[in-house]
Design a protein. Structure first.
Ligand code: MEV
Length: 318
């Protein structure tokens, strides 16, 4: 039996992180330059039902059954088996690799779940539909942080721009003009679960203040959707900057994120903001054109970014 492989891309959030956990809308797009990839190969020489899993990026090499039942990778596999009504896994070796930086706000945990659910279900003979894969990845996100909105698993599963509101069907986006983003990595690892929990604590202490900010962030997201449709890049950049200011107000930015945003703007970016959980991880800058992206990327590196990725969201086909 040949090896079965599946992959899923990274993601950036253009508008609405954190507010989306509180039922406000958000916009995310896939980052196809980085991906998680799962490969499953039968191991007929191993004792029956022996599954070995290697995930070098997290230093994991273990028999599946030796992992805690709540280990995210084991949990993905048991949810797939449950969905397919399969009780025994044939002996196999599973390898999970990823080029998505971990704890960087680029969706590495969601992409790993999606790639693994796809490869395992295909290996078991019944590839799951995207909607089922998305649901499984969402269940697994709940292990990573208690109150995920579901946006990360959704954008990594469907690998297209999404306008997302928690518990609502995902909306397809219309993109009027290609959008080029430069992603700048602070190199400062930040766990979304910790930042989301902090925001929740603060929201509980002062719901009025936080809800008002989430409403303003929702305004940026709605305006962002509008200008993405019309293709007005200058306005899009302005809404991103406002969204960043609002994220600062809920204390999820950091000195380096703020200075990378300022540097991006000084080198000609139309707008910039942190992206994802914040307090570290990545920021994004909207380039006026693909040609200008290299200059913004080198400015970000000089200003302390440890890595940059240039990614373009194509205009919708008419
Ligand atoms: C993380 O990529 C986005 C957050 O809004 C968390 C979530 O939506 O679950 C910070």
């Amino acid at each position: 039996m040949p090896a079965i492989s599946a992959s899923a891309p990274g993601k950036i959030i253009l508008f609405g992180e954190h507010a989306v956990v509180y039922n406000r809308p958000a916009i995310a797009v896939p980052v196809l330059q980085v991906a998680a990839k799962a490969t499953v190969v039968a191991d007929p020489l191993a004792p029956p039902h022996t599954v070995w899993i290697d995930a070098p990026v997290i230093g994991l090499s273990s028999a599946l059954n030796d992992l805690d039942e709540n280990h995210p990778l084991r949990y993905v596999i048991s949810l797939v088996m449950q969905a397919l009504g399969v009780s025994e896994f044939p002996s196999a070796r599973i390898k999970l690799t990823s080029t998505i930086p971990i704890a960087a706000g680029l969706g590495s945990s969601s992409a790993s779940s999606v790639a693994l659910a796809r490869a395992v279900s295909e290996f078991l003979g019944h590839p799951l539909l995207d909607d089922q894969v998305n649901q499984i990845a969402f269940e697994v996100e709940k292990i990573h942080h208690v109150h995920p909105s579901g946006i990360d698993n959704t954008v990594t599963t469907y690998a297209r721009p999404v306008f997302f509101i928690r518990n609502r069907p995902v909306e397809q986006m219309e993109i009027g003009a290609p959008l080029t983003f430069v992603i700048g990595d602070t190199g400062q690892g930040s766990h979304t679960s910790v930042v989301v929990a902090d925001v929740r604590r603060n929201w509980t202490l002062d719901p009025k203040k936080y809800d008002a900010i989430f409403d303003q962030i929702a305004g940026c997201t709605l305006q962002g959707r509008q200008v993405m449709k019309s293709g007005s890049l200058t306005e899009l950049g302005q809404w991103m900057l406002l969204n960043h200011e609002l994220l600062r107000k809920i204390d999820v930015s950091s000195t380096l994120l703020d200075s990378l945003v300022a540097s991006a703007v000084s080198s000609g970016a139309l707008g910039a903001k942190l992206s994802g959980g914040g307090r570290g991880g990545n920021m994004i800058a909207l380039a006026p054109s693909i040609d200008h992206a290299t200059e913004i990327a080198s400015t970000l590196k000089n200003a302390g970014a440890v890595n940059t990725i240039v990614t373009t969201v194509p205009a919708s086909k008419r």
